[in-house]
Write a protein that binds this ligand. Structure first.
Ligand code: UD1
Length: 420
């Protein structure tokens, strides 16, 4: 297993571009299953999760190719299977997103129960209940979700009792080809939901209200396909800015969308960062100062994202003062804490709350990545630690950060990958 070796030291300085959003790309790739015609998707990040999704499409028989502009071209006409197999699904929870599109388009879908990051039990009951409300019959057999629809799914009224990004996406995609109108109340409002709705509409669907908590989807006869460009990754953006804060540096991120990061930028400002922004860039300058500790509570968009919680915990670990971090989305998402404490951080966890008392400097130690965003927190901590930190199990990082060593190099970090 590859490792990252990071020599802690000075501030990050420089400019780095932001890749396409992983969490927008995965549902959009699943949505290609709805289309009758060819679709092309641009600005896909080169990430393990994207490769896994492309493999998943391939295993269904879909023809996927990359054209001369590095755009993915998807042709469904060769699809011959409706089964998302265990081997692929177990490595990536977002594989569940093929359930809605396969069922809506072909009347049949078999998807192995998903795996993914070990950050809590992460059930899929909301996905299944919504599809049943649209008329599907669902059975669980041999570890597989087996969904069937007798003819088209039927539009209906769905109230989600928990705000779920994935369930909103799955049901939106299924409803796009249902008979009649579907209304989803208490829908997730994340920017990736808006990107998916824009994509579906560009390909011929009729989805209204994305970005609000009430989605209205008027089912259409067919989705013709077309082109779509994936939005920039707001979590990657936030991660490089958080690294700049922790290292007291000055970093400009480009090819991004500041409007999707309001809650994160407010918190980073609270640490003492000076932030300037344009339409597609953000510059953050700590003026060489130590960050101030911040307290935060994760919640669905537009509140502070759970996917940035670990990175802010790493900032607090070296900040001036004490920050209280409350994780409300996932029950087991403070796993970075143990590893940070091994590097000299002073963090106490009780239930879903981490109380972080900042120390002046951390010390290098061998640490292990446990999930995607926890890994990002370890990289940030390593950048400010005295000595050489070895981060093991970085396949977690490769699931969500494109070219992390190259991008960190651009900012002056001393970081290298060693094959394990
Ligand atoms: C997505 C993101 C992930 C992010 C999360 C929350 C992708 C590929 N992943 O994950 O990076 O951390 O949103 O912003 O976009 N829940 C249920 N039943 C369900 C579905 C969810 O109880 O059927 C619960 C989950 O256990 C969790 C909460 O709802 O406590 C939110 O999860 P959800 O928004 O569904 O997360 P994902 O879509 O899996």
């Amino acid at each position: 297993m590859d490792k990252l070796i990071i020599q802690g030291g000075g501030p990050l300085r420089g400019e780095v571009w932001i890749s396409g959003s992983k969490n927008a790309a995965l549902p959009i790739l699943s949505a290609t299953l709805l289309s009758e015609g060819l679709v092309t998707v641009a600005n896909l990040p080169h990430l393990q999760d994207v490769t896994t999704t492309i493999e998943l499409l391939g295993s269904l028989g879909v023809t996927v190719s990359i054209d001369e502009k590095m755009q993915l071209e998807v042709d469904n006409s060769t699809l011959h299977s409706r089964t998302a197999p265990y081997d692929l699904v177990k490595t990536m929870r977002a594989s569940i997103l093929v359930l809605g599109p396969l069922l809506a388009r072909y009347g049949e879908a078999n998807v192995s129960f998903p795996g993914g990051c070990a950050i809590g039990s992460r059930p899929v009951d909301l996905h299944l209940r919504g599809l049943e409300a649209m008329g599907a019959t669902i059975e669980i057999e041999d570890g597989y979700i087996k969904a069937r629809s007798d003819g088209r799914l039927v539009g209906c009224h769905i109230l989600m009792d928990i705000v779920s990004v994935g369930a909103t996406e799955n049901l939106m995609m299924a409803a796009a080809l249902a008979n009649g109108q579907t209304v989803i109340e208490n829908a997730a409002r994340e920017p990736e939901i808006v990107d998916l709705a824009n994509c579906l509409n560009a390909w011929g669907a009729d989805v209204q209200g994305a970005g609000s908590n009430r989605l209205v989807i008027n089912g259409v006869e067919s989705i013709e396909g077309g082109h779509f460009t994936v939005m920039p990754d707001r979590i990657e953006t936030g991660t490089y800015l958080a690294a700049a804060v922790a290292t007291r540096g000055r970093v400009k991120v480009t090819q991004t969308d500041p409007s999707s990061l309001e809650a994160v930028l407010l918190k980073l400002q609270e640490t003492g960062a000076i932030i300037t922004q344009g339409e597609d860039w953000i510059e953050l300058d700590m003026k060489g100062k130590r960050p101030k500790a911040v307290s935060l509570r994760t919640a669905p968009y537009p509140a502070f994202p759970t996917d940035m919680q670990a990175q802010l915990t790493a900032i607090n670990a070296v900040a001036d003062g004490t920050g209280v971090v409350v994780e409300t989305i996932f029950e087991n998402r403070l796993m970075q804490v143990q590893e940070l404490n091994r590097m000299g951080a002073v963090i106490n966890v009780e239930a879903n709350t981490a109380v972080v008392t900042g120390v002046e400097r951390l010390k290098a130690a061998p640490v292990m990545a446990s999930d995607l965003r926890a890994s990002a927190a370890l990289v940030i901590a390593a950048l400010v630690a005295d000595g050489e930190t070895v981060v093991d199990r970085i396949y977690h990082i490769d699931r969500g950060y494109e070219c992390i060593e190259e991008k960190m190099h651009l900012l002056g970090a001393r970081i290298k990958r060693v094959p394990g």
